[in-house]
Design a protein around this ligand. Structure first.
Ligand code: ASP
Length: 326
């Protein structure tokens, strides 16, 4: 393991490029040897590709990472064909689409909404909570009232497709919420801008067919998202209950603080879940994605199948498979 101390020692010896190679040994893919690989944006799953595209427009023009991540995740939020985020998201077991989202900037400011209904862009409401209130989190009706009083429109987010899937599910589900590998896919996005500042956003309709009122990790600062501008940023996807249990993204950032590469930090967090719940962890998916202050990144997940999109100066918006524990 390359510790932070080793890195500082190597950098002091003037071997920055060499140390960069070493720090990247566990990251895939390895990027160029620039002292800082910026700007860069990463996001979870294939719907991260169009989201990265929108974020890159902001980043490449010298914009703020905070604006980039908000613009980025708004793309899948508004896409009716993405069934795990915003409009078109699969509903809870009562047929209601309830949304969770949070955002965090380079100054430790953060905002969050949970159990929010009928608002297309929960991420923008989360940002307003951050910027306009003394609070961090608003939920349910209170979050909706706040959104409406700030000019957001009430909209029906349950598409015909999503309603059809829910009705199919009702036939066999015996009205029990099922947590498995397939019924979720949050977008988490983390970015480093030209100024060297980090921000992140995370937004989801949560586990499909969840119990009414269930909130996952995605709007919980420290669980589904965490940003520390000194160290790095992390976001999570998968079964939120297991991510909350280990305060996943805060853990990943703290592991990076101790000197671990982004991929190692994600792997150690995944291993913690696997060790705490060996049997359960075989049946569920959890994936972490992390980015450090130098623009190095990595990911790790429980099961094969998690992927993430990268857009940087040298990687023009490509999807990579996360390494997996199983
Ligand atoms: N983490 C989300 C949740 O538990 C689901 C997901 O990532 O797909 O609500």
């Amino acid at each position: 393991m390359t510790t932070r101390k080793d890195f500082i020692k190597m950098a002091t010896l003037g071997t920055t490029a060499l140390s960069f190679g070493k720090l990247n040994a566990f990251s895939s893919p390895v990027e160029n040897n620039d002292p800082v690989n910026k700007p860069i944006v990463l996001s979870t799953w294939a719907h991260g590709i169009p989201a990265n595209e929108a974020a890159w427009k902001v980043l490449s023009a010298g914009g703020r990472a905070l604006d980039a991540v908000e613009m980025g995740v708004k793309v899948p939020e508004a896409d009716p064909n993405v069934h795990s985020v915003g409009y078109g998201g699969l509903p809870d077991r009562d047929g209601r689409v309830t949304l969770d989202a949070c955002i965090m900037d380079e100054n430790d400011n953060c905002g969050s909404v949970a159990f929010l209904e009928n608002i297309m862009h929960p991420i923008s409401v989360a940002r307003l909570v951050m910027e306009k209130t003394p609070h961090i989190m608003l939920v349910g009706e209170g979050a909706q009232q706040f959104a409406l009083s700030n000019g957001f429109k009430k909209e029906n987010l349950l598409t015909a497709d999503a309603e059809k899937s829910w009705k199919e599910w009702l036939k066999t589900s015996e009205y029990k919420p099922i947590i498995n590998i397939e019924n979720h896919d949050t977008i988490g996005m983390i970015a480093l801008d030209k100024q060297g500042n980090l921000s992140g956003a995370c937004t989801t309709s949560g586990l499909s067919y969840k119990m009414h009122g269930r909130v996952g990790d995605s709007p919980i600062i420290g669980a589904g998202l965490y940003v520390d501008n000194e160290i790095g940023a992390a976001t999570a996807t998968g079964v939120g209950e297991e991510v909350i249990r280990i305060v996943g993204c805060h853990l990943v950032v703290e592991l990076m603080r101790q000197g671990h590469t982004p991929e190692e930090a994600c792997r150690l967090a995944v291993e913690r879940i696997a060790k705490k719940k060996p049997a359960k962890s075989k049946e569920i998916q959890v994936g972490f994605l992390a980015l450090n202050k130098k623009g190095e990144y990595g990911s790790y997940c429980l099961q094969k199948g998690f992927n993430y999109g990268v857009y940087s100066n040298s990687i023009s918006n490509k999807l990579f498979d996360g390494k997996s524990y199983y």
